[in-house]
Design a protein around this ligand. Structure first.
Ligand code: HEM
Length: 442
C-alpha cells in the first residue's frame, strides 16, 4: 500500500516467522518510514484528525446502540435513559453528538486545504474522488443519525428531506414510499434509518482505506504543489515517523481540547433545543433547520423556487465536487502561486459562510411583511432570499466559470525548483525558479 520499497528487516525469530506468513509488521513499519515531503504545514494534520474522528464515532456509536431502542414509542425515552441512568452514558452521547460536528469541522478544513493546494489535480484525482464519496456518505450518515433520538427536529427534518424525493418526476412517489417503508414516517422508517446509520460508518471506513491507498500510490502533495523528483527525495523528504507522528499528535491534542470544551462546557450549543421535545407528527415546529454543517446545502435547496429544481441544485452542489479535477484548467497546483485565483478562493470560503448563515434563516423572512421579496425598501431588497440566490450563483460560478477561465488567463508567480528552496535560500529563494509551465501534469 505504501508504493515505496520496503526497508523493514525482521529481527526476532517471531518477526521472521510472521513476515513470511502475514507481513503485517512490515506493513506497519513501512507506513511509519514512508518518505513524506518535509514542508507539510498544520493544514496537513487534518487527515490524521479525521481518522481519529471516525474511530471515535464508531466506538461511541457501538456503545450507544447497546442501550438505544429503534422504536417510535421508546426511542426518545431510551436516549434520555442513556443520559440519566447508564453509567457514563451522558459522556458517550455527548461525545458522539458533538463528535459529528467536530468531524464536519475537520472535513471542511481538509477539503478546503485540498482545494487551496490543488491536491485534486493529476495524479491525485482518485484521492479526491474517494474523498467526495466519503463526504457524501458522511452527510447521509449524519442525517440518518439525527433522526434516531426521535425529537421534533428529528421527525420534521426527516419529513422535509424525504419529501424532496417525492419531487422527482415519475419515480418520486414510489421511491419515497420505499425509502420510508410506508406512506408516512413511522416505525419502519426509524428501523431502517437505524440499520443504515450503523452500517454506513463501516462503509466510510472501507472508502478511507482506499483513499489512503490512492494517497500512497500517487504520493502526497505539499504546500508548494510541485512533484518531488526521485533524485531530490533524500533532500526534500523525511520519514513519516517521528516527524509527522509528532506533528499530527500535537495538532490532535489541540483539536481534542476544543472538542472537550464543547462536550464538557456547552454540549448542546451545536444542537437544536426542539430536539428535546418528543416527536409529534401533529405539531410542526415554527422553523425546521438541519444541523449547522448541512446549512449551506439547505440554503442552495431553498434558493430555487421550484422544489425539484432545488433538489437538483442541492445534489448538484455536491456532485460538482466530483468533476473538480477536470474543471480547473491551471497547470499550477498551489494557489500560493496563483494570486488571482487566491482572491476568488477567499471569496468562495466567505460565500460558504454566507450560505450557511442564510440556510439558518427563515426562508421567507422579510424586512416588511406582506411585500414581495424583490421589492426595494430603503435601497434594500426585502428578503434574505436574494442573498441566498446570489451566494448560490457564486458557488456554481466558482466551479463552472471562474476555475476554468482564470486557469487559462492568469499569469502565475514563478514556482521554486524544489520545496527546500523557499526555506533554505532566504529572500532570494525565487532566483532559481522555473516558470509554471515547467510543472508537467502527472
Ligand atoms: C473520514 C474522512 C477522511 C479521512 C479519515 C481522510 C484521511 C486523509 C489522510 C490521513 C490524508 C493524508 C494526510 C493529509 O493530507 O491530511 C488525506 C489526504 C487527502 N484527502 Fe482525505 N480524508 C477524509 C476525507 C476527505 C474528503 C471528504 C476529501 C475531499 C473531498 C479528501 C481529500 C483528500 C486529498 C485531496 C488528500 C491529499 C492531500 C495532499 O496530498 O495534499 N479527504 N486524507
Amino acid at each position: 500500500m505504501s508504493g515505496h520499497e520496503s526497508t523493514y528487516v525482521p529481527k526476532t525469530g517471531v518477526e521472521k516467522w510472521l513476515d513470511t506468513r502475514l507481513p503485517i509488521v512490515r506493513f506497519g513499519a513501512d507506513y511509519l518510514a514512508l518518505p513524506t515531503p518535509k514542508n507539510l504545514n498544520y493544514w496537513y494534520t487534518f487527515g490524521a484528525i479525521l481518522s481519529i474522528c471516525l474511530v471515535t464515532q464508531i466506538a461511541t456509536g457501538i456503545f450507544l446502540a447497546m442501550h438505544y431502542q429503534p422504536n417510535t414509542a421508546m426511542a426518545f425515552a431510551s436516549v434520555e435513559r442513556i443520559m440519566r441512568d447508564v453509567n457514563g452514558g451522558w459522556l458517550i452521547r455527548y461525545v458522539h453528538a458533538n463528535g459529528a460536528s467536530m468531524f464536519f469541522v475537520a472535513v471542511y478544513i481538509h477539503m478546503l486545504r485540498g482545494l487551496y493546494y490543488g491536491s485534486y489535480k493529476a495524479p491525485r484525482e482518485m484521492i479526491w474522488i474517494l474523498g467526495c464519496i466519503i463526504f457524501f456518505l458522511m452527510i447521509a450518515t449524519a442525517f440518518l443519525g439525527y433522526v434516531l433520538p426521535w425529537g421534533q427536529m428529528s421527525y420534521w427534518g426527516a419529513e422535509v428531506i424525504t419529501n424532496l424525493i417525492g419531487a422527482i418526476p415519475l419515480i418520486g412517489e414510489p421511491v419515497l414510499i420505499w425509502l420510508r417503508g410506508g406512506p408516512a414516517i413511522d416505525n419502519a422508517t426509524l428501523n431502517r434509518f437505524f440499520s443504515l446509520h450503523y452500517l454506513l460508518p463501516f462503509v466510510i471506513f472501507g472508502v478511507v482505506v482506499l483513499h489512503l491507498w490512492a494517497l500512497h500510490t500517487a504520493g502526497q502533495n505539499n504546500p508548494v504543489g510541485i512533484l518531488i523528483p526521485k533524485e531530490r527525495e533524500k533532500k526534500d523528504m523525511v520519514p513519516f515517523h517521528p516527524y509527522y507522528t509528532v506533528k499530527d499528535g500535537f495538532a490532535l491534542l489541540i483539536f481534542l481540547m476544543m472538542f472537550s470544551w464543547f462536550v464538557f462546557f456547552m454540549p448542546n450549543a451545536l444542537g437544536h433545543a426542539d430536539n428535546y421535545i418528543p416527536a409529534n407528527p401533529l405539531v410542526t415546529p415554527a422553523h425546521i433547520v438541519p444541523e449547522w454543517y448541512m446549512l449551506p446545502f439547505y440554503a442552495i435547496l431553498r434558493a430555487v423556487p421550484d422544489k425539484f429544481g432545488g433538489v437538483v441544485a442541492m445534489f448538484g452542489a455536491i456532485g460538482v465536487l466530483f468533476i473538480l479535477p477536470w474543471l480547473d484548467t491551471s497547470k499550477v497546483r498551489s494557489m500560493r502561486y496563483r494570486p488571482t485565483m487566491k482572491i476568488f478562493y477567499m471569496l468562495f470560503v466567505l460565500n460558504g459562510l454566507i450560505l450557511g448563515w442564510c440556510g439558518g434563516q427563515l426562508p421567507d423572512a422579510q424586512v416588511v411583511p406582506g411585500m414581495p421579496s424583490f421589492t426595494l425598501i430603503d435601497g434594500q431588497l426585502n428578503s434574505y432570499l436574494w442573498l441566498t440566490r446570489l451566494a448560490t450563483l457564486y458557488y456554481f460560478a466558482f466551479f463552472f466559470v471562474i476555475l476554468p477561465f482564470v486557469g487559462l488567463r492568469e499569469t502565475p508567480l514563478k514556482i521554486p525548483a524544489s520545496i527546500s528552496e523557499p526555506v533554505l535560500s532566504g529572500p532570494d529563494a525565487m532566483s532559481g525558479a522555473v516558470p509554471a509551465q515547467a510543472e508537467k501534469k502527472g
